[in-house]
Design a protein around this ligand. Structure first.
Ligand code: GLU
Length: 325
């Protein structure tokens, strides 16, 4: 009796002393990614591995969904394409109704995401203009590829009626639908190589199509967040030629409310062992810290990230990036 009372007291004491604190400590950091078949998810998992704290990469609907959830306070850290990152910051394009997001913060930018057009070999799609009149997947609501595609369709003056049918499939389903002949083409704004494109090319002999022309030139010339991009030859197999297109950058974003210590620890973990982080996906191989804290970022830098960049001398006290020779 005595023993069990003591045990109970110890148990309750333990609960009182360490219960709530321990539970809070163990709350994992969630990094919102996108489809499990994309590059964000691979990089999100790599970020978690570098951190010495409980952390989980969480698949989501993609960039637009992440930016909205971040604004609603449902996320702390997320990936987002640089075009949508800019629209969310300023409250333009698809984010017009939301208005400018003053609480959005940049952490750093990452790999290039070429706008990728994949078509069935027998669909007769040899260039961008050929997709009209076909069954095309523009991506699930909330995905980044859908945001970029809608912008491109708008610039081209294409509406849904210019296509035989428009589909809204997520990235991890589109390859299979292409193989089954339910869609003729799919688009994906994504780093390379990735599982979705690899599946379409390897399983059903699909082809990558150049995304070029006057409208693409116009977009790249008019908007600094669109750049020329290419997918190297032979990345998906020996017969795959180099592909020319336009693209954006992947960025990591946070909310102004995200704990600065957590952001500091994450940024420090990435840059203190930068070569190891870059080795986590081939798309990261060309990254440099200089570009990562400069390119593709519209929202102000998060203060936890800024603290680290200042300590490294990458950003001066006035927030300017120091001149280099
Ligand atoms: N750019 C895509 C999006 O925002 C995701 C690409 C990826 O998962 O790597 O939705």
């Amino acid at each position: 009796m005595k023993v069990s009372t003591r045990l109970l007291a110890a148990f309750l004491g333990g609960l009182l002393l360490s219960g709530p604190v321990a539970a809070q400590d163990e709350e994992p950091l969630v990094i919102a990614t996108a489809s499990p078949s994309g590059v964000y998810h691979v990089v999100g998992r790599a970020l978690c591995r570098t951190l010495e704290m409980p952390c989980r990469a969480q698949p989501t609907d993609g960039s637009s969904a992440n930016l909205r959830a971040l604004r609603r306070g449902e996320l702390k850290l997320a990936f987002a394409q640089s075009d949508l990152h800019l629209y969310a910051t300023l409250g333009t394009e698809g984010f017009q109704k939301d208005g400018p997001d003053e609480s959005l913060r940049s952490v750093f930018s990452l790999h290039n995401e070429p706008f990728t057009l994949v078509a069935r070999r027998d669909a007769g799609i040899h260039r961008l203009e050929d997709i009209t009149g076909h069954n095309v997947n523009i991506g699930n609501p909330g995905s980044g590829q859908r945001g970029t595609m809608l912008r491109l369709m708008d610039a081209e003056g294409w509406s849904r009626s210019d296509f035989s049918s428009i589909h809204h499939l997520p990235a991890d389903q589109q390859a299979l639908e292409l193989c089954h002949g339910n869609i003729d083409a799919m688009v994906y704004t994504v780093g390379h190589p990735n599982a979705s494109v690899a599946k379409a090319i390897r399983l059903c002999d699909a082809v990558l199509v150049d995304v070029e022309g006057d409208i693409v030139d116009l977009l790249v010339d008019a908007y600094p967040y669109f750049t020329r991009a290419w997918i190297p030859a032979d990345l998906y197999g020996p017969d795959q030629p180099a592909v020319h297109t336009f693209g954006v950058k992947a960025t990591l974003v946070a909310s102004a409310d995200t704990d600065p210590d957590v952001v500091y620890r994450l940024v420090a973990a990435v840059f203190d062992d930068f070569e190891r982080f870059k080795a986590s996906h081939p798309a990261l191989g060309v990254l440099t810290p200089e570009e990562m804290i400069r390119d593709g970022l519209t929202a102000p830098l998060h203060k936890g990230a800024l603290r680290y960049y200042r300590e490294r001398g990458w950003i001066e006290e006035d927030g300017m990036v120091p001149e280099t020779d």
